[in-house]
Design a binder for this molecule. Sequence first.
Ligand code: ADP
Ligand code: ZN
Length: 725
Amino acid sequence: MIYKVIVDISNSEVDKVFFYHSDFPLELGMRVKVPFGHREIEGFVVGTAESSPRETKAVIKALDPYPVVLPEMVWLLEPLSKKKLRYIDCLRLFIPSKLRGGKVKALERNYIDLCENFNTETASSVLRRNSFSQFALIERLSEGGMFEADILKEFSLSTVNSLIEKGIVVKRKEELERVPIAMPAQEKYVVLTAEQREAIEKICGGSDKKYLIHGVTGSGKTEVYLNIIERVLEQGKTAIMLVPEISLTPQMLGVFRARFGENVSLIHSKLSDGERYDEWRRLRLGKAKVALGARSAIFAPLQNVGAIIIDEEHDGSYVSETNPRYFTQEIAELRAEYNNAKLILGSATPSMESYLKAENKEYKLITLLNRVNQREMPLIDIVDMKKEIRNGNVSAFSGELLEAIEQTINSGEQAIIFLNRRGYASFIRCRSCGYVAKCADCDVSLTYHKEDETLKCHYCKNQYHAISQCPICGFKGLKEGRTGTQKIAEELQIIFPNARIARMDLDTTSGKDSYSKILSGFAEHNTDILVGTQMIAKGHDFPLVTLVGILDADQSLYFSDYRSLERTFQLITQVAGRAGRERKAGKVVLQTYSPNHFVFRFALKYDYKGFYSKEINNREVAKFPPFTKIIRILMLAKEEQNAMNASREIYTKQKKLIEESAGDIIRIQIMRAPIKRIENNFRFQILIWAKADANDEVIDKIYQNASTEIKNVAVFIEINPQQLF
Ligand code: ADP
Ligand code: ZN
């Protein structure tokens, strides 16, 4: 038999099908060892063939007892390659990374049990009457076998061995499953609201395949998802449930455990290799039927998928920014199509793309207008910080916010203070000569981190000692730039000495369990005020939170990025949505320097549709996605001249395409990237606006043109990049 094999080498030159023959049968999706050149390497069987165009070598062996890649995933390779993903990069996504090269295996332990034909009489006849410990062990094992390690805590090895010699007990290898985060199951009995019931009926009973649930924060979307999954399981099918970042939402896991027990498998980036392998295998072998996890769980090795749910679908984490770049929603659509499954996207602030699709009837729109138990949406108060300054208050907090915090703490409730800027101060500048501390390798100013007295670059790993005087003129009056979360936490502690304050941002959450520690501390009310970046905006459900403060809401408003207004609206709505979810109505104090900006005006009224209508119109007029595709080509080089020449060369090639493209390419620009240098690479970019439905061939040509003969220049290409720095 001739087999088509993709070899496990990350190189575009060999990213194609190779033909091998095998004397033993192989199944589609099996991992195999094959000769390749002078080496032996791993590969994946992706098909069979009648004949081969050239002489074939023989497959050496199959590496696993079952195909590690499902037929569905083999099928996915073609549509994904059309989206510019390499075969091998996809295959690597489909399996736990450490499975390759056999670096991870099932965890096996010695297991001791009574032998199959054990009976008490023969045992008594073989054993001496005073072999007390042997009798004791037999009695223990009569209740069921045990791992040897556990037995040895109470019995000696010689006791065990002598029973083995006498043929009374047997030792065998048993697989042990590594269990990630033991999260207490959180069962909560709820009576569904009418809106929830209707949503579930519409989705489970409807003939549509794709749904967008637009449900306000606290409308109980999770309960809707759980019910849909229950129905899917009843039909003997499986389900994939995606959340932006599972370590940020440990509650979600607790809820899923309570409902589905061992049937849930957890997939996210913070699992150990062993845990990841075990979870993956439970899914692959059908022991678990619900995959819950972050972006990568979209590749869960489940068969017969009945529903794919993407919670907080607007979240940027669903786009993989590192190679291989993929959009989770696109892969979800493909898998749903293959399985004839339902695809359900949910959010309080759907992305412009998704809501437009709902308007165009590509997704069926389901709306949840009310919070469960009829809680009002928290009242948002916009505070004009320019006025505060005019009144002599130059601190980061308005009088209104401080008063609200005080009241909240005094009544035994909790507050969330949101500021999307980590560190202590965004830059350090000399008041005398104007010197600004900058990274040696990047064209950005350094952020002051007071905790470890460093100046850190947020674009590379560089760190410098903090300074107390200007290194140029020696002047001691240094000005700190915009306030970050560290300083906010510090100042709040001074103002409220008795308050228990915690901080959650990238700097406090590098450890494996740090997220859950901070969050459970807050959930158990060991913390009164939680200060944090966007991490605290996501999906949390803390019943005691009645106040949310949003500092510097303008922060993300003026980025040179077509998504910045959308992002700002989403962030505000999501953070505000953390308040007043259970006890009583919540309150939000939103501090801004542009109180009349339309983003805030719509956010104030929770008017998603109002915001959407205005913004989608802007996008259409300005020719931005979802009405166009923006293709960004980024050129990086250590030598500025090389990067510049390469970008000119590529620009010339792309420009020629405009005439050939029959209107598919709208415009093209060449410029320095907004950040001119990162990690000592000079950066230039070309932006190409193409029609949203541009011909595949045109896009292919753009990709082909994105290469240069100039040495030492790296070229990257992205469609609709998430970040434009
Ligand atoms: P969303 O994701 O829409 O913001 P959640 O799914 O987190 O909202 O639900 C908010 C809270 O409401 C959760 O604590 C949940 O247990 C609770 N809840 C959900 N449905 C109901 C219901 N029908 N009755 C009472 N409480 C509910
Ligand atoms: Zn740097």
